[in-house]
Design a protein around this ligand. Structure first.
Ligand code: ADP
Length: 400
């Protein structure tokens, strides 16, 4: 059974065709520069065959048409007929309070997503375009929406309410939602599998550290708190996002520098974080390289980044009243032994001690705690596309 997983952005569509039984991607690729001159589709088959096609791809419907043509092509494809696609799973960024899990896409669901555009203007419109495009090209194949926010929807009000007048929550849906839910759920479940424990018995802290970074407190299989909030700006320091900050700072900067809303938004989302503090780069590899050369600001950016991870590990252990495992994932979490080490430094009192040789080993999926550490510390590569495929199959099976 094959599931086509789609992640539709403003000018790109990323895709994977996943064979659910083997959990392997038969083909994967991306259409970039949609709506611009010289749009490019790059498709890679699991046997290494690669093809790059350029063309006029002005909107998502054409992008999906190109993707299907490649998947069905004689020389570079993997399918004989569209019927070999059991279902399409869409990554949908914002499901607000309506969607607490993955759902079969119906006209009512699309309407609800359209209603959410106001609180997710950067993502939901493109996700909807992808859905409509599939309705055109694959009209008989079920489509499923898998939401970044859904896994966090069981957070209690004490974790999701902001300290502002309640009317803003009721009238404008202003509350903490959290994101990266598909990744947090995937790695927390995988950690339980690796530890041979029931997911529902564990208290796990998941640290998704990529360009965007967030952590979640997953207690007995439920995300009870997470660091991102109303938008992905809250919480940890990120590549170019500020994370937690006194809200007055932005008001002060706006008045001092005469910034308007759009400029302030760009400052916080694109010029802050690792890039803003270091003045070097948003990329953790470059931060680490510069730090080794003695660049002080790169060192400070690294320290702020890892200190915040450490602080939230403490906070979430307290929120859950205990801790069984800490899981690192995302480009930084999976690859930077230095970040993992610094993030866990000084947490021996919580039962967290890292074994240097395990932390620096080449294994992709591993446990890195010492034998006497009471908390398991794991590195688990995330696979959001596989998780979307699994959720999509589950929703389809429930329909039968
Ligand atoms: P995204 O959030 O866009 O999916 P990724 O999960 O791929 O991003 O993470 C990108 C981040 O991972 C970048 O900061 C990059 O520097 C970092 N990264 C990748 N490999 C390494 C490495 N070997 N050491 C340190 N950081 C790394």
């Amino acid at each position: 059974m094959n599931i086509l997983v789609l992640n539709c952005g403003s000018s790109s569509v990323k895709y994977q065709l996943i064979e659910i039984e083997s959990k392997q991607a038969l083909a994967r690729g991306v259409v970039d520069r949609i709506g611009m001159s010289g749009a490019v589709l790059k498709n890679t088959r699991s046997d290494g065959d690669e093809i790059v096609i350029t063309g006029d791809i002005l909107e998502h419907t054409t992008a999906i048409e190109y993707i299907l043509a490649v998947l069905l092509s004689k020389n570079h494809g993997v399918l004989k007929s569209k019927d070999e696609i059991r279902a399409v799973g869409h990554r949908v960024v914002h499901g607000d309070e309506t969607f607490t899990g993955s759902v079969l896409i119906t006209p009512a669901v699309v309407k609800s997503l359209r209603d959410n555009i106001e609180i997710a203007p950067l993502h939901n419109p493109h996700n909807i375009r992808g859905i409509v495009a599939c309705q055109t090209h694959l009209p008989t194949i079920p489509q499923v929406g898998v939401f970044d926010t859904a896994f966090h929807q069981q957070m209690p009000p004490r974790a999701y309410l902001y300290g502002i007048p309640y009317s803003f929550y009721k009238e404008h849906k202003i509350r903490r939602y959290g994101f990266h839910g598909t990744s947090h759920k995937f790695v927390a479940q995988r950690a339980a599998e690796l530890l041979r424990r029931n997911f529902e018995d564990l208290k796990v802290i998941t640290c998704h550290l990529g360009n965007g970074c967030s952590m979640a407190a997953v207690s007995h299989g439920v995300s009870i708190d997470t660091t991102m909030g109303f938008t992905p700006l809250e919480g940890l320091l990120m590549g170019t996002r500020s994370g937690d900050m006194d809200p007055s700072v932005i008001l002060y900067i706006m008045s001092k520098e005469g910034l308007n809303y759009a400029e302030a938004n760009t400052l916080l989302n694109k010029h802050s974080g690792l890039a803003g503090i270091s003045g070097v780069s948003s990329d953790m590899r470059e931060i680490q390289n510069e730090m080794e050369k003695g660049n002080k600001r790169a060192g400070q950016a690294f320290d702020v980044f890892t200190y915040r991870v450490r602080k939230y590990i403490g906070a979430y252990a307290a929120a859950m009243g205990g801790l069984d495992a800490v899981v690192f994932t995302g480009g930084i979490g999976e690859n930077s032994a230095a970040v993992r080490k610094a993030s866990c430094d000084g947490l021996e009192f919580l039962g967290i001690t890292i074994e240097e040789s395990k932390n620096t080993s080449k294994d992709k999926e591993k446990e890195i705690q010492t034998a006497d550490s009471s908390v398991n510390v794991l590195v688990v590569p995330t696979n959001e596309e596989l998780m979307i495929a699994i959720e999509t199959k589950m929703v389809c099976d429930q329909q039968n």
